[in-house]
Design a protein around this ligand. Sequence first.
Ligand SMILES: Nc1ncnc2c1ncn2[C@@H]1O[C@H](COP(=O)(O)OP(=O)(O)OP(=O)(O)O)[C@@H](O)[C@H]1O
Ligand SMILES: [Mg+2]
Length: 310
Amino acid sequence: MTAAIVARRLSKVYPRGRISALLEVDLEIPQGDVFGLIGRNGAGKTTFVRVAATQLLPTGGTMSVLGHDVVDEADRIRPRIAAVPQESRPLYFLTVDQLVYLYLRLRGLERADARERTDRVLAELDLTALAHRLVSRLSGGMRRRAMVAMVLASDAELLFLDEPTTGLDPIARREVWAAIRRAQREKRTVLLTTHYLDEAEALSARLALLDGGRVRLEGTPAELRQRVRLPYRVSVEGVFTRGELEPYGEVSDVNGGHLVFAQERDARELAMAALGRGARVAMAPVTLEDIFLQVVGRRLDDEPAAAEGA
Ligand SMILES: Nc1ncnc2c1ncn2[C@@H]1O[C@H](COP(=O)(O)OP(=O)(O)OP(=O)(O)O)[C@@H](O)[C@H]1O
Ligand SMILES: [Mg+2]
C-alpha cells in the first residue's frame, strides 16, 4: 500500500495565541481511497488539511505528500492536488459554468477536455440549471456545491475536501457523495473532513479521529469498533430498571427505555435476558457516533478540549 500522505511527528503551533493545533501527529493516508478525518471543533482537522495542501507550514516534524516534502518541494505537489477549503470564497463575478471551466483551463487542461469535464460535473451535482447564474447570486449551499464541482472536475490525484457537505440539503449531500465515490473509483485519493459521522462512515475506507491536535484512533471503521472498550450497543425498552442493567455495561436513559454499551459477551447475555422477559431489545455494533462519544465525549467535564497555551 503506497501512501499519498505521510505525517511524522507533525506539529503546528500558530504564532498568534500560541495554540498547538497539531501535536506530533503520525498518520499515513493510503493512495487511491477516501480517508475521513473527524473530530470536534478545533481538533486540528483543517490545520492538517492546510499543511498537506501546502497552504501552511508545519512548525515541527515532517510531512510528505505524493512522495514530496511539503516544506521543500511544495511546487512539485501543487499541480497534483486540488482543495475545497472550509471557508471558500469563489470568484463572484463568474458564472458557475465559467468558474469550473476556467479553473480547469488554468490547471492546464485542453479546451475540449475542460468542456466535457465541466458539463459532466455540473450534471452530476445538479448544477446544470444554474450553469449561467452568477456565483454572487447563488445561495450558500449552491455556492458550496459549485466549489466542490470545481475540485472534483479537476484531474488532481489528491483531493482535499474540508467539510464539503456542510450546509447542503439532504439531496445535494447525496449528489456530492456520488461524486466522491466516482473520484474513488477513478483511484484518486480524497481526504475528507466532516462532522456528519454517517457520511464519514459511508464514504471512508479508513478514518482518523483527531482530538486536541492528536490522533486518538485510526483505522477502518471495523477496526475502530474493535478499538473501543464497549463495542456493542443494546437498546432495551421498558421492564428493566437502570440498576438491573448496570452490571452489563454503561447505561444511559433514552426515550422509553435504556441504551447499554457493553462488551460482546455482556451484550449477548443482556439481549437474551431481555428477550426472556418479553422486552423489546435491539443489539448492534456501535456506530461511529457512539465511538466518537466514547472517545472524546466523556472528557467534556474534566479536561479542556484544545491544548491551548502549549
Ligand atoms: N489562523 C489561526 N491562528 C491561530 N489559531 C488558529 C488558526 N487557525 C486555527 N487555529 C486554532 O487551531 C486549533 C485547530 O483549529 P482547526 O481549524 O484546525 O480545527 P478543526 O478541527 O478544523 O475545527 P472545525 O471542526 O471547527 O473546523 C483551534 O484551537 C484553533 O483555534
Ligand atoms: Mg475545520
